[in-house]
Design a protein around this ligand. Sequence first.
Ligand code: SER
Length: 313
Amino acid sequence: MKSILVIGATGQIGSDLVPELRKRYGNSNVVAMAHKSQPSAELSAGPVEFADAGDKEALLGVVKKHNIDTIYHLASILSAKGEQNPDLAWKVNMESLKNVLDLAREHKLKVFWPSSIAAFGPTTPRDKTPQRTVLEPGTMYGVTKVAGELLCNYYFKKYGVDVRGLRYPGLISYKALPGGGTTDYAVAIFYEALKAKRYECFVREDTVLPMMYMPDAIKGTIQLMEADASKITIRTNYNFAGISFSVKELANEIKKHIPEFTCTYKPDFRQAIADSWPRSIDDSQARKDWGWKHEYDLAKMTKDMLEKLREKV
Ligand code: SER
């Protein structure tokens, strides 16, 4: 029987991943680990632990108590917040990953750890960015993603740790808000469209970034973790793509449902971060190795997001 620990369970991805894992593997077999944030009622329906992933002993205590065999390590400082406090981003992102990988090595745990499109930088080809390409990110968050990818690959090669990961694009979801990322506008725009019928976006209207609707991200994450080890040919992190669109295209799609909606643009420091990232991603390796296929396009995602958020706000 699986016994799973999700670190960063109260975050944007964890809030959707934990309920889905519990559906598949049983409520009591998926432990949601939080640090500072209070878990939602939904997360509290199963086991919850409070610990800091930067504290290896505390983490070991949780692993032993629940007989954990698999860790999804999602806790991280994102790109925009990381630029405001690069030291904190390095500390939180790197120390916790090292702890998780060391525990995995010592206790034979399987690990999921996400990288990001932020691993790429201004010298990376921006369209159909290949799996193997230049990795010279301009943000501290991106630096921790590249370093983390290399560390994961090292632990796989040297110690045989079964660690897998995806370079997530911007993720769009309705359960929990993203915290401090550059792609956050693609979530905020939906809340503001419903609440205020207008949104002031912090990047230009022609900004195109790779994005994905959360149900696709969750499906792909679980698919990768369930794939036979013989199929996994990438132990840094897989390129992982859904849809790419400009803010203007997104705003126009929302207007089809809310005609009064208007979007204005006031770029801030996050514009430079967005401009350093790819516009689209070549994820053919993931499609070939373990059958990745996204389902949501811009229209389908927008419709579903607005329906789900309408119930919420
Ligand atoms: N969504 C993240 C960010 O904007 C990228 O991984 O920081």
